[in-house]
Design a protein around this ligand. Sequence first.
Ligand code: GLC
Ligand code: CA
Length: 523
Amino acid sequence: MPKNWWRDAVIYQIYPRSFGDSNGDGIGDLQGVFDHLDHLAWLGIDTVWLNPVMASPNTDFGYDVADYCDINPEYGTLDDFDRLVKEADSRGIRVMNDLVPNHTSDQHPWFADSRSSKDAVHRDWYVWADPKPDGSPPNNWLSEFGGDAWTLDETTGQYYLHLFLPTQPDLNWWNDDVRNAFDDILRFWFDRGVAGFRVDVCHAIVKDKDLRDNPQATDEDPPTVRVFGQRRVYSANRPEVHDVLKQWRKVGRTFDPERLFLGETYVWDMQQLVAFYGARDNEIQLGFNIPFVHARFDPGLMSDIVGNVQKLFPRHAWPVWTGSNHDAKRLATRWCDGDERKVRLALMLLLTLRGTPVLYYGDEIGLRDVDLTQDELRDPVGIRFWPAYSGRDGGRTPMQWSAERGAGFTTSSDPWLPIGDADVTNVEAQRSDEGSVLHLTRDLIALRKEFVSATYSKRTSPDGTWVYRRGKHVIALNMSDEPQKISRIRGVIRISTTRERDGQSFAGGLSLDGWEGVVVEAS
Ligand code: GLC
Ligand code: CA
């Protein structure tokens, strides 16, 4: 693999359950991904990351793994997976898997053994602790999905830890057998040709060995901490996680130094994010930027985050930019309120910043979240917190390939989640319209190659705008309703979000309509 290939890549996240259903059972599958590889190749995608496809009882849709070395039968077989990797490769597309090392399913044979007795071989593979004298949980840690992070298991009278659902018991990363087992799992998939892994819950794999109480949040803490009620000092972000990441890079290197680890680094502090890249290039190569994903679509807030990254990232660390995923839902709704002008700007932003963009399936057509009724919900988090929070399903609905019934996703009349406005938003219609969001995405992906390694420097510009230089290109985004004028710039517009100004030369400043953006080749 070429050195740092992932810097040039555009990563495309596929939620396999919702991408293509090849056998009409209403559930996406590996053959369905296979069937749409041409779309990805046409778009210019060179790397896909598949949300978990391993065997799972689906209490958290694949993030509860019952066998790390097999495929969920709903999605296909290992042979299907191998075929997919090979066929993708023949189109120049690399495949990444999702690795879920923080926890397994409670149906995993390791946990079945672990909970059977205190002397079980796998007892110490999970985090078990005695109740407090009054019978309450061992410490004050909370589950990310609500309630205590501990469940009492009657068989042995001890509690087990789960940072997520009770059906997702946390592994004990202080145990060397667990570490070795995961080295083997990495090798298993690297042997099958995966280019790398997205690492689930990367920041929280290792917990405090003494299981100390987390300190309570105070008024001084940021809202993201206050809402949780406590600082995750001992249940996440422990320094020892870095040993695990270093070890994984070593395992990766035995195959190819460029095998990729992309961390779900769910931290709000930029210094903490930087730490995951290692002191030199020996931990993860890419880490999601959570503050950016959750920022408001505001040029001041967003460019501050980018500026901070510029300032704090060491030379070997390379940023990631993303606006949608299977947890946060879709940028077209969250950032853009469904306004297509804003969607075009958001795509221009993601594809022109210095760093690797990760697009979520459907971003390329401006797919929006779908409103669901209570009985349509499948996400356990939505089911639990409805109606205060409807969960993540709205951003996990089927890909919209065409206007036909089933959206070209399925022939079933009962897809696992409802389909959105496929009659208006779909790949087929946008493919035959050169002015579409889909063509804009494709053209930006192609243009990005011209300045992929150029430095980023922000220019001063009027409030509501964001202007930055990438080599000889200048990107000017008007993220406001008002028309704006950018001074001291001349050149040729290579791509405009409306597509009406592509190829236009201008001198003596640049006028932008509300919510208009351009990539300029400056002269
Ligand atoms: C990560 C995943 C999310 C999952 C959770 C538990 O945050 O992205 O979808 O529910 O981990 O595995
Ligand atoms: Ca299917």
